[in-house]
Design a protein around this ligand. Structure first.
Ligand SMILES: O=C(O)C(=O)C[C@]1(C(=O)O)C=C[C@@H](O)C=C1
Length: 368
């Protein structure tokens, strides 16, 4: 390209991009046709009336990891995986349009988590409460639900844990999302006139120190979600909302302060709930609920088989059981799949020691 004018160079490069785009287009279309044939194969082997399992989280995790391993740049692994996430999402929609319920309204972090996990080609359906998501999945109105389960700053989301006690649900995936909160206002609010801040209680808690330092005398009002907070301030004078980017864009608000969360590594973990068990991928997690009698050493007894079999725990949470006074339930997450022999053995031993053991599911560790 030496000796070429900038104008000519640009022209030549764009010509090359056009021809690459044409090849990419052809390849994506060929991939989509393959997915359509996969759908036919899945259908063929089943008796009429039985719905095949089109969505295969174990395969999707493999595809994304494979792409990240092969990627040589200049796009970074996450960027590349996000592109392939969207291609697979569109391919899956050709096989079967998926409906996914999430904690609404539109613009919540839970919706962002749903899109991060499934891509943009799913139909995401907002629900007013966590319990409603469980019910919607149980009733078969949607195939999957997305619920928040723990925040790195504020800990467990108890509504979600309690819902697992009430519904028979299978966990088939997890999503981790970095949570950035911003202080948002509508066009009628002046930044020095803010008298009230709306947000979800968890988000207010995640920004407590920042609010103490910058808006110590402003009333903090907890509402059902941060998207709801954003919706409210759109039409209100002198009030601000703490919410994320999706809500900011959706309600056309302005950011007067960005990334105001007290901890820069603030993140929330979400679970994908459904009814299908997921086969092992080699890099999985399992979640169980165990109920124990409140006798001395109960927790030690419970954890011993995990320890003996070298099972690595990632989380343990206690909730009072709803049945029987002084009975506790433990929510335990660990690395590995319920079909792994050492895990199977540990679970059998725990089952013998406990009042009840329920495996909520084994699922691929979050890839993105
Ligand atoms: O491999 C499959 O079973 C497919 O249906 C194909 C495909 C894909 O596009 O790669 C699409 C949807 C599944 O969730 C997993 C993968």
């Amino acid at each position: 390209m030496i000796g070429m004018s900038d104008e000519d160079q640009l022209k030549a490069l764009r010509k090359r991009i056009d021809s690459l785009d044409e090849k990419i287009l052809e390849l994506i279309s060929e991939r989509a046709q393959c997915a359509q044939t996969v759908a036919q194969v899945k259908q063929k082997s089943l008796p009429a009336g039985i719905e095949p399992v089109f969505y295969r989280p174990e395969r999707e995790a493999w595809v994304l990891k494979h792409i990240m391993e092969l990627n040589k740049g200049p796009l970074d692994n996450e960027e590349m995986a996000r592109l392939f996430r969207e291609i697979m999402s569109a391919c899956l929609a050709l096989e079967q349009p998926l409906k996914v319920a999430y904690l609404g309204p539109e613009g919540t972090f839970t919706q962002a988590a749903a899109i991060k996990h499934f891509g943009h080609s799913v139909v995401s359906v907002p629900m007013a409460a966590i319990d409603e998501i469980f019910r919607e999945v149980a009733a078969g109105a949607v195939q999957f639900g997305v619920v928040p389960v723990e925040n790195s700053t504020e800990g467990a989301i108890n509504h979600t844990l309690d819902s697992f006690l009430e519904h028979d649900m299978v966990i088939c995936g997890e999503v981790e999302l970095r949570i950035h909160h911003h202080l948002l206002v509508g066009e009628n609010t002046k930044t020095d006139k803010i008298s009230r801040v709306y947000s979800h209680a968890q988000s207010l808690a995640q920004c407590r120190k920042w609010l103490d330092a910058h808006y110590p005398n402003v009333e903090r009002v907890a509402v059902a979600s941060n998207a709801e907070a954003a919706k409210r301030v759109k039409g209100e004078w002198n009030s601000a909302a703490i919410a994320g980017d999706m809500a900011c864009e959706l309600y056309g608000l302005s950011k007067i302060a960005e990334k105001i969360e007290d901890r820069p590594d603030n993140s929330t973990r979400f679970l994908i709930i459904g009814s299908q068990m997921v086969p092992p991928t080699g890099d999985d997690k399992t979640s169980v609920i165990v109920s124990m009698r409140n006798k001395p050493g109960a927790l030690h007894h419970l954890l011993q088989p995990f320890h003996n079999n070298g099972v690595d725990l990632s989380r343990i949470e206690t909730r009072p059981s709803r049945s029987g006074k002084w009975t506790y339930v433990f929510f335990i997450d660990f690395f590995g799949h319920q079909h792994d022999p050492l895990i199977k053995d540990a679970l059998e031993k725990i089952n013998d020691e406990s009042v009840a053991l329920k495996v909520l599911g084994s699922y691929p560790k979050a890839v993105l």
